[in-house]
Design a protein around this ligand. Structure first.
Ligand code: ZN
Length: 203
C-alpha cells in the first residue's frame, strides 16, 4: 500500500528498464492488438502475447505491488473486452476465484483491480462469490501442464444461474484455470460465451 502510494507521489522508474521518472517509459510501454484464439470450443480474445516486456510489467504489477502500472495494462484488457462484447452481445463478466495463498501474499486481486482500471464500458460483473474454490489448490506457477490440469480439475463450484458469461483473466497459460471455470459455471447453468485475457502465454 505504502509502496503504491509512493509510486504516485514520488518519481519512480520504468518497471522494465529502470529509467526514471515514470512507472513505464515510452520505449517499454506495450502496444496492444486484439487477436482471437480458442480454448476447446470457447473463443478467447487476447490483447498481446505474453513475452518481454509484458511479462516483466505484469510481474512488477502483481508481485511487487506496483499498482501505477494498471494505467498501462488496463487499456489492453479493455480493448479485448470491447471486441468480445461486439461479437457476443450482452454478457456478464466473471473473474476466476483467487488462490487464497497468493491473495494473502499480495493483499489484492490483480485482475479485479485491472477491471476497475477499465472504464464503465465494460459489462457488469457477476457477484464476487458466484464462482469459488471448494477445495484447496496449489500455486499454478510451479506446475507443468498435466500438473495444472489435475490441480484445477473439479476444484470450483458456482451458485446456480443462467446468465451469459464472459470470463476475464490477466494471463492464459495452459488454460486449465479457465477450463475449470467454464466447467463449474456450465454445470451451474450459465453459458460461458467467451474468454478475455490481457496476455496469452505459450508454455
Ligand atoms: Zn523502460
Amino acid at each position: 500500500m505504502l509502496e503504491s502510494l509512493l509510486d504516485f507521489v514520488f518519481p519512480t522508474s520504468c518497471a522494465v528498464c529502470e529509467t526514471p521518472p515514470s512507472p513505464l517509459c515510452a520505449a517499454c510501454t506495450p502496444s496492444f492488438g486484439v487477436a482471437l484464439s480458442w480454448l476447446e470450443v470457447t473463443p478467447v480474445w487476447y490483447a498481446t502475447e505474453y513475452s518481454e516486456p509484458i511479462s516483466r510489467i505484469m510481474t512488477a504489477y502483481k508481485d511487487q505491488n506496483r499498482t501505477a502500472l494498471i494505467n498501462y495494462l488496463a487499456p489492453g484488457l479493455k480493448q479485448a473486452v470491447a471486441e468480445a462484447v461486439q461479437v457476443l452481445g450482452e454478457c456478464w463478466i466473471c473473474v476466476p476465484p483467487r488462490n487464497r495463498v497468493n491473495f494473502k501474499k499480495r493483499g489484492f486481486d490483480p485482475v479485479a483491480r485491472l477491471i476497475t482500471g477499465c472504464d464503465k464500458s465494460v459489462p457488469r460483473q457477476l457477484p464476487g462469490n458466484t464462482l469459488r474454490f471448494h477445495r484447496q489448490v496449489r500455486d499454478q506457477r510451479r506446475l507443468n501442464k498435466p500438473g495444472r490440469e489435475s490441480n484445477m480439475s473439479g476444484s470450483m463450484k458456482a451458485n446456480p444461474g443462467s446468465k451469459r458469461v464472459l470470463l476475464v483473466d490477466d494471463v492464459m497459460t495452459t488454460g486449465s484455470t479457465l477450463k475449470e471455470c467454464t466447467r463449474a459455471l456450465s454445470a451451474a447453468g450459465y453459458e460461458v460465451a467467451g474468454i478475455c485475457v490481457l496476455a496469452k502465454r505459450n508454455l
